[in-house]
Write a protein that binds this ligand. Structure first.
Ligand code: DAH
Length: 361
């Protein structure tokens, strides 16, 4: 009878644990059935672990039952052992299944509780920003690139020829005094302006030329408005003789300065640079007092922002250019950044103080 029920129950998939109960067998089977229920009902990994110890632990129910095996009389031993092993398998499978279910739930809970909403704006993140000099430089470059100017560069360690001589600044010329710099023993020097890039570009290419040269330059200076290293942007346009005029230079610079500083007045003051003739210094109406006169513009109502002029024929001679005309200009990027951001001490831009830089985020 028991054999038949056994077969039937196996066929319809009811575990032998239940079968043991149905057959009204010893207490151990009903206890095992209870434990299977406990496994299925465990709703946490800790709860399941308790059941595991009760069942599979060293002193657990299965260990106790297996220990009884040695006392079972010979003919029944095999059946007893088989049944025990089948029960063990059923319970182990139930345990493994429940463990997987609870583990998956736990992972799901962790994922939910620790989920980060990456689309949420966080005020705590330390966002980087471009240095104000870089940002100003980029704006200047963008403007001229849009006007089809090529961006050229040259070495920071220059020689006397490119930095001075070819720019109509012969040795002992008094204008060299304004550009005292750092010299190397082999005659090299840290370039004092970006104008030598004009010379290098002209010597490497044929006219027409339409270029700017942004970059670092060096001088022996250190005060509120000067640092030993600063940045310039040089501009040069060379065309066939007669095709370039001072009027072209004026119009391009007026537009550029209004792009940088807004609606300002622009004035060209006669000046002197060895590499241009005629030369001019360019002022804008003071952006702080709108030309009325204040401390920043020393009461004049004007701020000097760049130098420019028509390229001196001696410069063309030095690079072997004939029958051309051109204009050039040069500006200090830090001066622009100081004015745009109202920075009182230029040196603060290079101290790397995060509190200053944070203001430009
Ligand atoms: N190189 C000059 C300086 O560093 C700036 C300058 C002035 C450049 C006039 C030019 C120019 O090309 O035409 O002070």
């Amino acid at each position: 009878m028991a054999g038949r029920i056994d077969l039937l129950l196996k066929r319809i998939g009811i575990s032998i644990v239940c079968r043991a109960l149905l057959c009204g067998c010893s207490d151990k089977w009903s206890e095992m059935k209870n434990l299977k229920e406990k496994i299925i009902q465990a709703d946490s990994l800790e709860g399941l672990e308790k059941v595991r110890i009760e069942l599979f632990g060293k002193k657990g129910l299965l260990a106790v039952e297996f220990a009884k095996l040695k006392d079972v009389p010979g003919p029944e031993k095999k059946a007893f052992a088989e049944e025990l092993n089948e029960n063990k398998t059923v319970l182990q499978t139930a345990f493994d299944t429940q463990y997987q279910i609870l583990k998956a739930k736990e992972i799901e809970n962790i994922l939910q509780s620790e989920a980060i909403d990456v689309s949420l704006y966080s005020t705590l993140s330390a966002k980087g920003a471009l240095h104000p000099v870089t940002e100003t430089m980029d704006r200047i470059i963008d403007y001229f690139v849009a006007l089809n100017f090529a961006v050229e560069s040259g070495p920071v360690i220059e020689d006397d020829f490119h930095n001075f001589e070819a720019l109509n600044l012969p040795k002992c010329h008094p204008a060299r005094d304004m550009q005292d710099t750092f010299y190397f023993n082999d005659g090299g020097l840290l370039r004092t302006h970006t104008s030598p890039v004009q010379i290098r570009t002209m010597m490497a290419t044929k006219p027409p030329i339409r270029m700017i040269a942004p970059g670092a330059v060096f001088r022996r200076d250190y005060d509120l408005t000067h640092t030993p290293m600063f940045h310039q942007v040089e501009g040069l346009v060379v065309e066939e003789k007669g095709k370039v005029s001072f009027a072209n230079l004026k119009s391009i610079l007026i537009d550029f300065l209004r792009y940088m500083f807004g609606d300002v007045k622009v004035r060209f003051r006669p000046s002197f640079f060895p590499f241009t003739e005629p030369s001019a210094e360019v002022d804008i109406s003071c952006i702080f007092c709108e030309g009325k006169g204040c401390r920043v513009c020393s009461g004049t109502g004007w701020l000097e922002v760049l130098g420019c002029g028509i390229v001196d024929p001696n410069v063309f001679k030095a690079v072997g250019y004939e029958d051309v005309s051109g204009y050039a200009f040069g500006l200090g990027v830090e001066r622009f950044a100081m004015l745009i951001h109202k920075i009182p001490d230029l040196r603060s831009l290079f101290e790397g103080d995060i509190r200053l830089l944070e203001q430009f985020r």
